[in-house]
Ligand binder design. Sequence first.
Ligand code: SF4
Ligand code: MG
Length: 328
Amino acid sequence: TNNLLHIRNLRTQFQTDEGVVKAVDDVSIRVRPGEIVCIVGESGCGKSITALSVMGLIEEPVGQIAGGAIEFEGQNLLELSRNHLRAIRGNEISMIFQEPMSSLNPVLTIGEQLTEPLMIHRKLNRKVARQRALELITEVGISRPEQILRAYPHELSGGMLQRIMIAIAISCEPKLLIADEPTTALDVTIQAQILDMLRSFREKRGMSILLITHDLGVVAEMADYVIVMYSGKVVEEGGVVELFENPRHPYTQGLLRSKPIMNQRQKALYSIPGYVPNPLELTESCYFHDRCEHCMDICRDRQPPLRELEQGQKTACWLYEKEAAAHV
Ligand code: SF4
Ligand code: MG
């Protein structure tokens, strides 16, 4: 199978005063060309850290990639030279964040910020870059592009800024777009328009998207394949239809049960009782055992491995031990 991105057994950790936090612990994710893969989970589950690891944005020495590989078109990004990496990140892989303001420079016009990457990565001259910038602004659904080029970030609404960030992100025709909660801060109408637009990039450009969200409504609408993370680990994954129709892991089942709450304008309002474990106090138990209504003795003693069940779905839960064994 051809993978565009293949994260293999990634381990990303942080040194804190109280000890080492394993934010991403042995996580593997594949994204194929033209595929939309969603990573879903509560805040602190490691989904953003996974994305930042791919982008090379883990700041040493506090943060550290302690193991695994991040292969992009077969090349391990963790082994490439700085120059080689720069040619890939921000060019063939680009990323958008929840807060567009945090990645825009307040003292430069939108035009300057949009043309610069085109001049650097695509080696366009200023005039051609400006023309391309106008086309990109139109493509992300903004009218009067001339006026926008002259504007400063503070003059634009949150929805407009996120469109500009998307225009910058796609300006170099990336093969992979990583989007971390790109619509969470926006109102419902604009959220829907932006999700439509992201989907259209996949249709028109064959772009792959790794979409990070806590919102199962977004997952249902966007994903081909879903990765469910909990406490730094993948607890379940599978095709979106199979996963929604037949969630196996008690955590995924809980997330799906809490869906009605999430359809209102929400924060991460899950109805699963209890809290994610303190990352400094992880034991050999299943990390979900405190919140799980099916908890058995083995769950307190040993962590369940992620194993394949029917239809390619994978689940890390002792409830499916017999089925997993039968499947192998
Ligand atoms: Fe619940 Fe046990 Fe499955 Fe963990 S392994 S999710 S505690 S049943
Ligand atoms: Mg996050």
